[in-house]
Every structure is written in C-alpha cells, then in structure tokens.
Design a binder for this molecule. Structure first.
Ligand code: MG
Length: 221
C-alpha cells in the first residue's frame, strides 16, 4: 500500500484511501507506513468499511492519534461509529450507515462526522443524493461524492453531482471507470492528471452502449 502511493500520485491522485478494517495491529502499522509516504497537499483516509468491532476501532484511533489521517466508517452500526467519533480527535467520515435523509439529519444533529460519503445509488438516485448534498452544504459538511461501484454511466452521474457541488465542500470524488475494463457509454468523463470533467452535452452527456448493457432487466414504461 505504501509503495502504491507514489504510483498513484504520479497519475495525479492526491487523496489516498487505505482499505483497513481487519486486524487492528496490522491496520495501525499500515496507516503509519502509508502516512510516512505522504507529501504536502495529500490526504489520507483509512476506510474500515464497517470492519472493526468497537473495541478494535478504539485501539486503532488511539494507535494513530498523532497521524494526519481521516477515519471512515470504523464499525457496522451508527451507534458504534458515534461512540468512536466521540473518543477520537481525528477527522471522521461516515459512509455505509448514511443511506437516507432521516439518518443524515440525525447524524448532522449529533455532530457525528466531519465528512459524509454520498453514494448516489445508496440514496436511491441523483435526485435524492442531490437533496442530501444540498443539506450538507447548508450545514457545512464536506462530501465524498461517488457510488458503490460502476463504469461510465455511474462515473458520468458522479461527475455531474460533483461539478454542481461548491468546491470547498467537495472533499473527493471517484473515477470508477478507471477501475473497470468494460465501457458502458460513450462521452463519459475520463481521468486526466487526477481530475475528471463531466460532458457539457445535454442530460448526462453520454450515449449508453446498449449492445454492452444487453436486454433490460426490468421495463417500467
Ligand atoms: Mg467508504
């Protein structure tokens, strides 16, 4: 992981998300190793994807308390995450547990995070994700804007939602179509030196490749 950072930086990336959430001792070591490779302007996020039990997360945040790192979704439940949040001074991101406006409002009122990860499909599409985004902007919470996974169509949607977010609240965004080998649309944003830009054509500005997508799974007409 530490070695990969230099390679990704050469591609233009400046936010590095470290996948943790396993053995807490190994994770503490990993976070330190990667943090040692950071350069000014880089940001490091340790994302446990709900993987630690509460006592494990408590040990990790204590073990890396002097490291410049964000802690993302340490435990499975909102209550466990809130407990960890209240005993660490590290910047804190919630992801998996924020899947709708109700829990978002509760989390905002509890001051349960500094950054929220908005995954478009988790909220139920762009319209609902936009509502959550607007609430976060209003209340001063920065956002990672992305999705659970995807290719060109998903990346186009991400790029549009990210573009329309005030820059200071856009913590980071994800170019999922750089991660996959199958293209699902023409005109999707492409990574260029760590950045991507949405198409200025109408709608999402893409042409879905129907021959790749295949027959519809469901017809709602
Ligand atoms: Mg995450």
């Amino acid at each position: 992981m530490a070695k990969n950072v230099a390679g990704y930086r050469a591609e233009g990336y400046r936010r590095f998300q470290l996948k943790v959430g396993g053995n807490p001792d190994t994770d503490i070591e990993r976070i330190h190793e990667v943090a040692n490779k950071l350069e000014p302007g880089d940001k490091l996020i340790a994302d446990a994807n709900t993987g630690w039990l509460q006592h494990e997360a408590a040990r990790v945040v204590r073990g890396v308390r002097d490291v410049d790192v964000y802690i993302e979704q340490p435990c499975e439940t909102y209550e466990e995450c809130l407990s960890i949040r209240r005993r660490t001074n590290l910047p804190f991101i919630l992801d998996e547990v924020i899947d709708g406006v109700d829990i978002l409002m509760r989390a905002l009122s509890d001051q349960a995070m500094d950054v929220i990860n908005i995954k478009i499909s988790k909220f139920g599409g762009l319209t609902r994700a936009k509502l959550a985004r607007d609430l976060c902007v209003q209340l001063g919470i920065a956002m990672t804007i992305e999705d659970s996974w995807g290719s060109d169509i998903t990346t186009a949607a991400i790029a549009h939602l990210a573009h329309s977010t005030p820059t200071e609240y856009l913590f980071t965004s994800t170019d999922f179509n750089s991660y996959v080998t199958v293209s699902t649309a023409e005109g999707a944003p492409q990574r260029d030196n760590g950045r991507m830009a949405a198409s200025t054509m109408p709608g999402m500005g893409i042409q879905p490749l129907m021959n790749v997508l295949g027959d519809p799974v469901v017809d709602v007409s």
